[in-house]
Design a protein around this ligand. Structure first.
Ligand code: ADP
Ligand code: ZN
Length: 658
């Protein structure tokens, strides 16, 4: 694949920034947005990879405003399309969506608006884009009317990704159907392999490859062994009382039982949580989703089915009640926390049982769908990476960044020697294992005794003294290391192995095609075995599992922006939220579409007294100013006389973006 070539950001016409200011009220672009916009304007193919919340939509929304042409956006979910169209409506942007829920009359009207050149964005479902009538319609548009085709959630085209969608596979036809039209792929989760696959499937020509930073510095990650799940989930949610949170489970039944047990907590501890999964009726699902978006429900317990269409930016906590089946899923689901750039927490509860459960589910669904052995292997591979992430005791930020092919760079303002300052490992929440070197010697000598060719799971079984068939067949129950760690939990032994690999005291050979990765010793292992080198291992602090009190922000950079507000500002912010909810209800849109929390925080601080001052606030564009700006001004006025000018504050950090 072509090496990454950044389009020249300085080639961006001034009209682009002007449009961003006018419609969205943002005074600057985030990293890579300028390059992505420039590529679209130059009608050059592109692959844009940014984390969730990074600001992908703006990249395909701005070019049509400048070029006056239409961009067709392929999007996988109706809810996602409708939200975008509604949100764009609020900023005065001409956009529409065509999908199976649009009445024929309305669809005819939308086609007319596209043909007359009024529309700038047209969202379509992938299966509709390639139908004859739609193709004919697009061909019938005036020459040059279509500026490009943007493919949102483009990883859905790749079997190496985590969300292959058959209807996306057909997008491979786009190139020869529209040879002259530039294609732009957008995704949040792409390992280099997926990225290359996207470019290959879509037959992109010399694409601008723009890859953002995957690290989300405002998220604090914790990985905790699952002991008493309800209690552990409750504690995590308590730390974010009154804020939005999502709890992810593996199965539909789990979502119901977790939601039930949270609601059934005794007395005032009861948490109003609702399940959400694909087995519910569309009506039931829509209700939960609508209440969540409208801020009338804060805790949703869901399978992966929930979230893709959710733009609520103020999710403060994402709990995984069990391990997800890939790091891609983990990144995407945790990515729903803190999209507004303010601090948020992600808690992963794991048990070795989760991996086995996923393997069964994968095999079953592969058998049902007739998946190729190759794709089953790809899934198993993704799962193995997730397991390693969960059992290693490495900085979570670093591990995630590196998984996505990026060296981790500590935030410049992180406290010295505190690592990332935002994960359980770096925050010192893990306890040292007693006699770690002896323990390591037991593990390493077991690897030596089996004479290579075995993976972590097998070694753990031998050490724990489990006489499985695999073990007895090979005579491994007769090894001197058999049962050396009898009584240890399986996940604990797997965690020791991961840590030894991380420390360089053990090596893992990735299996050739279709073979399992195996462990082998290296020079450092021999030093440990001979007692020439000590190692330290860690494990989660037992008993307390999760600290009950709210974790203080580790450094100013991640400080909760609300914590920086005075009591008065805080009260004004809360009352602005009420006003926002009112306006949202009147307009039948979710509150976050009216203004983001970050905008309300800025309003509470700056107390703009007139329109000129209001439009200076980030997130206030012309259309919103005209539609409900006065109501915010009146509200702020009536909320009391402005204070003396506040001291100059640093702008709230948004560097999480990229
Ligand atoms: P993604 O699609 O990558 O998950 P979005 O496009 O939904 O992310 O953007 C996330 C949030 O960031 C949105 O609220 C969006 O309005 C905001 N945003 C995007 N670009 C900018 C910018 N240049 N300045 C300020 N906010 C921005
Ligand atoms: Zn860390």
């Amino acid at each position: 694949m072509t090496p990454p070539i950044a389009a020249d950001a300085s080639s961006l016409p001034p009209g682009a920034l002007e449009a961003v200011r006018r419609h969205w009220g943002y005074s600057s672009l985030r990293p890579l947005q300028a390059e992505a916009i420039a590529a679209e304007l130059a009608q050059r193919d592109s692959v844009v990879v940014m984390p969730t919340g990074g600001g992908k939509s703006l990249c395909y929304q701005v070019p049509p405003l400048v070029s006056g042409r239409l961009t067709v956006v392929v999007s996988p979910l109706i809810a996602l399309m409708n939200d975008q169209v509604a949100g764009l409506g609020l900023v005065g942007y001409p956009a529409a969506a065509l999908h199976s829920h649009v009445e024929p009359e309305e669809a005819a009207d939308i086609r007319r608006r596209a043909a007359s050149g009024e529309l700038r964005l047209l969202f379509v479902a992938p299966e509709r884009l390639l139908t004859e009538p739609f193709l004919a319609f697009l061909r019938g548009l005036k020459a040059l009317a279509v500026g490009g085709i943007a493919i949102d959630e483009a990883h859905c085209i790749s079997q190496w990704g985590h969300d292959l969608r058959p209807e996306y596979r057909r997008l491979a036809e786009l190139r020869h159907r529209f040879p002259g039209v530039a294609l732009h792929a957008y995704t949040a989760t792409a390992t280099p392999r997926v990225r290359e696959d996207i470019a290959a499937q879509l037959a992109l020509r010399d694409p601008a490859v723009l890859v953002g930073r995957f690290d989300r510095p405002n998220l604090t990650y914790r990985v905790v062994p699952r002991v008493r799940p309800t209690e552990q989930i409750e504690r995590a949610l308590r730390r974010h009382e009154g804020s939005a949170a999502i709890v992810y489970c593996i199965s539909r039944r789990d979502t119901e039982s977790v939601a039930d047990s949270l609601r059934n907590l005794p007395g005032s501890r009861s948490i109003e949580a609702r399940a959400y999964h694909a087995g519910m009726t569309p009506d039931q699902r829509a209700r939960v989703q609508a209440r969540f978006k409208a801020e009338r429900l804060n805790v949703v317990v869901a399978t992966v089915a929930f979230g893709m269409g959710i733009d609520r930016g103020d999710v403060r906590c994402v709990v995984h009640a069990a391990m997800p089946k890939s790091i891609e899923h983990y990144q995407q689901e945790t990515g729903r926390a803190g999209r507004d750039g303010l601090a948020a927490e992600c808690v992963l509860l794991t048990s070795a049982a989760d991996g086995a459960r996923w393997r069964r589910l994968l095999e079953r669904s592969a058998a049902e769908s007739g998946a190729t052995p190759e794709s089953l292997r790809a899934q198993a591979d993704l799962l193995a990476h997730m397991q390693r992430f969960a059992s290693a005791a490495r900085c979570r930020h670093a591990a995630l960044s590196e998984y996505f092919g990026q060296a981790y760079a500590r935030p410049a303002d992180a406290a010295p020697a505190s690592g990332c300052g935002a994960c359980d490992v770096c925050l010192g929440e893990l306890a040292p294992v007693a006699d770690a070197t002896v323990l390591a010697q037991k593990v390493l000598s077991c690897v030596a005794r089996v004479r290579g060719g075995f993976g972590a799971a097998h070694i753990a079984d031998v050490l724990r003294g489990r006489a499985t068939r695999r073990i007895t067949q090979r005579g491994h129950h007769e090894l001197s290391t058999f049962g050396l760690l009898r009584g240890a939990r399986r996940e604990a032994v797997l965690a020791y192995i991961e840590q030894l690999i991380d420390l360089g005291a053990l090596e893992r050979d990735e299996g050739e095609q279709g073979r399992y990765p195996t462990l082998r010793l290296n020079a450092a292992s021999l030093e440990v075995l001979r007692g020439q080198r000590g190692v330290s291992l860690v494990e989660p602090k037992p008993a307390q599992g999760l600290p009950a009190e709210r974790h203080g922000p580790p450094n100013a950079r991640r400080e909760d922006a609300l914590a920086g507000l005075s009591a008065e500002e805080r009260a004004l912010f809360e009352s602005l939220r009420v006003l926002r909810r009112q306006i949202a209800e009147e307009r039948a849109v979710p509150p976050f579409m009216i203004f983001a929390d970050t905008t309300l925080i800025d309003l509470a601080r700056a107390r703009p007294a007139d329109r000129a001052a209001l439009v200076q606030i980030r997130g206030v564009g012309q259309a919103k100013l005209a539609a409900f700006g006065q109501r915010f001004i009146d509200h702020i006025r009536s909320a009391g006389a402005p204070e003396p000018p506040p001291p100059v504050r640093e702008e709230a950090p948004r560097s999480w973006a990229l």
